[in-house]
Write a protein that binds this ligand. Structure first.
Ligand SMILES: Cc1cc2nc3c(=O)[nH]c(=O)nc-3n(C[C@H](O)[C@H](O)[C@H](O)COP(=O)(O)O)c2cc1C
Length: 185
C-alpha cells in the first residue's frame, strides 16, 4: 500500500506505554513534522512545550486527574448507559496521560491550524515507531497556576492536545470506522 495511506490507516490512539524514555531526536522529529503543517497565510502561530520531567508530569497528573475524576463521576451518576462503555478507564492507574513518558502541549490561538499540527505529529510518531494519543483530558490543567506559569500560557493562547508520546506497550486494534459520508456533484 502507499506508505502515507498505510501510515494514516494504521495509526492508533495508544493508551498503554512502556516505561522507556523517548529519545530527544525522535521528539524533535515529531515536532518538526507538526511544524510543517499548513497554516492560513503561513502564520505558523503555534509553539510546543515538551514535558518529560517526572515532577512536572506528576503535577500535570494530579491536576488533570482531579478534573477527569469529576467528569467520570458525573457520567456514572447521570449517564449509566454511557458509563458502561467507559467504566474500564476507572480501573486504570493513569486514565489521563496513560503513564506516557512524554507529553507535548501544542499552544496557539487558531484551532484549525493547531489541529493540523497535532495530526501531523501523531502520524510522524507512528512512522517513527512511537505510540501517541490526543488528550482532551490532558489539557484540563488550567486551574493550577503553577502549570499555567510553566506553560507560559498567555490570555490569547489555548492548549491543543496535548499529544502523548512513548513506546506502545499495547497497540490497540482499530476501533470501528464509519464509511465516509460523501455527496458527489
Ligand atoms: C479532540 C480529541 C480529543 C481526544 N481526547 C482524548 C482523551 O482525552 N483521552 C483519550 O484517551 N483519547 C482521546 N482522544 C482520542 C480518541 O478517543 C480517538 O482518536 C478515537 O477513539 C479514535 O481512535 P483512533 O485514534 O485509534 O483512530 C481524543 C481525540 C481527539 C481528536
Amino acid at each position: 500500500m502507499n506508505p502515507v495511506l498505510e501510515n494514516i490507516k494504521t495509526r492508533r490512539s495508544v493508551r498503554s506505554y512502556k516505561d522507556l524514555p523517548v529519545p530527544k531526536e525522535l521528539i524533535e522529529k515529531v515536532i518538526e513534522a507538526g511544524n510543517y503543517a499548513p497554516t492560513g497565510n503561513n502564520t505558523q502561530a503555534w509553539r510546543f512545550v515538551v514535558v518529560s520531567d517526572a515532577e512536572m508530569r506528576g503535577k500535570l497528573y494530579d491536576t488533570a486527574y482531579a478534573n477527569w475524576k469529576r467528569f467520570f463521576e458525573n457520567i456514572r451518576k447521570n449517564n449509566p448507559v454511557h458509563f458502561e462503555s467507559v467504566k474500564h478507564y476507572g480501573e486504570m492507574k493513569d486514565p489521563v496521560y496513560y503513564e506516557a513518558p512524554c507529553v507535548v502541549f501544542v499552544i496557539g490561538a487558531r484551532a484549525v491550524d493547531c489541529a493540523l499540527v497535532t495530526e501531523n505529529m501523531m502520524l510522524a510518531a507512528h512512522s517513527l515507531g512511537l505510540g501517541s494519543c490526543y488528550l482532551y483530558f490532558g489539557a484540563q490543567v488550567l486551574d493550577n497556576s503553577e502549570i499555567v506559569e510553566a506553560l507560559e500560557l498567555r490570555e490569547d493562547e489555548k492548549i491543543f492536545g496535548p499529544i502523548i508520546l512513548g513506546y506502545a506497550d499495547d497497540f490497540p486494534d482499530a476501533p470501528p470506522k464509519k464509511p465516509p459520508v460523501v455527496k458527489w456533484i
